[in-house]
Design a protein around this ligand. Structure first.
Ligand code: GLY
Ligand code: MN
Ligand code: MN
Length: 464
């Protein structure tokens, strides 16, 4: 772990987060950071990522650590590195130094953590080793995070309400993640002209992120098969006429994420069918961003995107009918089968480890409608929230060839017309929008969305 002077304001930020949490709960809390997972032998581990709830209040990606919060008091529990560790890992900061950086009131070895267990709430970690430690130290069942109960549920709700709206420290990190992500996307577009395969573009994008000493916030999606929503393959060749969908985001050292998608022609020129669909996805994207404002229902943005896409597809002759009726019968979801976006913060789908507890306002439940079931956020927007806006159009074989859906929408889709759009497999346009007092600020606005600017970035082949 690196100690930097920029950490000087960290303790103040963390203290104010603790104060905000303390106002919402009456019980003590233990939050674990997690431990690295071995790949084969213990010293060869997968990259470590600390729990986001821990990071939010403790600020640093410490391994094998826990914090105890009692009112505004913070105690850090971490073991000093073993003497032989310096040989392999160099000198690491002492417990007291870490405690000072994060503004802890006291610091102890991990062996003393059980003395704080009585009556403490926690958030279950997905890491099985740490989860076992949680249940052992608390000496009780810890409900999995998607079905929290009792004080763990109360804690999850309190933490979510504190983490919804980002403070100045978080926003500064989120801006950094966004800025590097913009550069990464420009590098990817520039690389597309000469790259042989998707992997070449991915490499150019991730190189920018790594060169800034950041990491990827999620597995990059860089694919000519954009219809596979979370495609994790990079071996396909780039061929003239292909659209490449790149969904790549950086994460800062303190864990704050960006999440951006652009879709561009590998040759630098959209075909007319690609351009038609691209422009309609962009129209949905712009319409939603224009509407972002405190108190606007995020669900209404989803329905707005659905309506713009439905209308656009009617105008192109792909769908038949009135946009409002098409959305009411979920016909838009044949081509836009996911939600308009999600919360963004310390995680790319922020706080989705809590199931829908963070994403859905109390009293609301996910719809089982085809066109609404994948909506991840159903709350009124508040100043300080960061959300993605990511409409898309996809020709997913599993949807369009599904006999039930095909029969249900047989007369709504002009299948012959749709066949003319076979060079449009998947288009998504995704930006990160901070809700401000007066509207929305697109943190990723430095990356163009309009078709000509995108074409130019690809054609310029490196001049960005
Ligand atoms: N990058 C994953 C998503 O956009 O939700
Ligand atoms: Mn996203
Ligand atoms: Mn994304």
């Amino acid at each position: 772990m690196e100690i930097r002077s920029s950490y000087s304001s960290l303790a103040t930020t963390l203290r104010s987060r603790r104060q905000r949490l303390a106002q919402k709960i009456t019980f003590p809390v233990i939050l674990w950071s997690g431990s690295p997972h071995p790949r084969n032998f213990p010293a060869n581990t997968f990259p470590f990522r600390a729990s986001s709830h821990f990071l939010y209040f403790a600020g640093l990606p410490l391994e094998n650590a826990a914090i105890f919060l009692d009112g505004e008091r913070l105690e850090l529990f971490i073991d000093e590195a073993a003497a032989e560790s310096a040989l392999w890992h160099g000198e690491t900061p002492k417990r007291e130094e870490i405690a000072e950086i994060i503004g802890a009131d006291a610091a102890f070895p991990l062996s003393e953590l059980p003395t704080r267990a009585t009556g403490a709430a926690t958030i279950a970690l997905p890491n099985p080793t740490t989860y076992q430690e949680q249940t052992q130290i608390l000496n009780r069942a810890v409900a999995p995070s998607h079905t929290p109960e009792g004080i763990d549920r109360d804690l999850a709700q309190a933490i979510a309400s504190v983490r919804f709206c980002h403070d100045a420290g978080a926003i500064s990190e989120l801006r950094q993640a966004a800025a590097v992500t913009i550069e990464a996307h420009k590098a990817g577009m520039a690389a597309a002209k000469t790259a042989q395969r998707e992997a070449g573009v991915r490499g150019a994008m991730e190189e920018v992120i790594i060169a800034h000493n950041l990491t990827c916030a999620y597995p990059s999606i860089v694919t000519v098969h954009g219809e596979v929503l979370h495609n994790g393959q990079y071996h396909h060749p780039l061929q003239p006429g292909d659209l490449l969908l790149a969904d790549v985001g950086a994460e800062t050292a303190m864990g704050w994420a960006a999440d951006v998608t652009r879709t561009f022609p590998t040759t630098g020129e959209f075909s007319s069918t690609q351009r038609d669909v691209y422009d309609l996805v962009l129209a949905a994207h712009d319409a939603c961003i224009d509407k972002i404002h405190p108190n606007v229902e995020y669900r209404d943005l989803h329905l707005l995107a659905a309506e713009v896409i439905a209308q656009g597809l009617v105008d192109l002759g792909i769908l038949r009918g009135q946009a409002a009726d098409l959305v009411a019968t979920d016909a838009h979801a044949l081509f836009f089968p996911h939600g308009i976006g999600h919360l963004l913060g310390l995680d790319v789908h922020d706080m989705e480890d809590l199931g829908d507890l963070a994403g859905y306002q109390e009293g609301r439940e996910r719809s089982d409608r085809f066109g609404l079931g994948f909506l991840r956020l159903d709350r009124p927007l508040q100043e300080g929230m960061l959300v993605t806006i990511e409409p898309g159009f996809y020709q997913v074989p599993a949807i369009l060839a599904d006999p039930e859906l095909r029969s249900k929408y047989q007369h709504v889709v002009n299948w012959d017309k749709l066949a003319q759009f076979s060079d449009v497999r998947g288009i998504r346009i995704e930006d990160d929008v901070l809700v401000t007092a007066t509207g929305g600020e697109v943190l990723t606005a430095g990356l163009p969305t309009d078709a000509e600017a995108i074409e130019e970035l690809v054609k310029s082949g490196g001049k960005y």
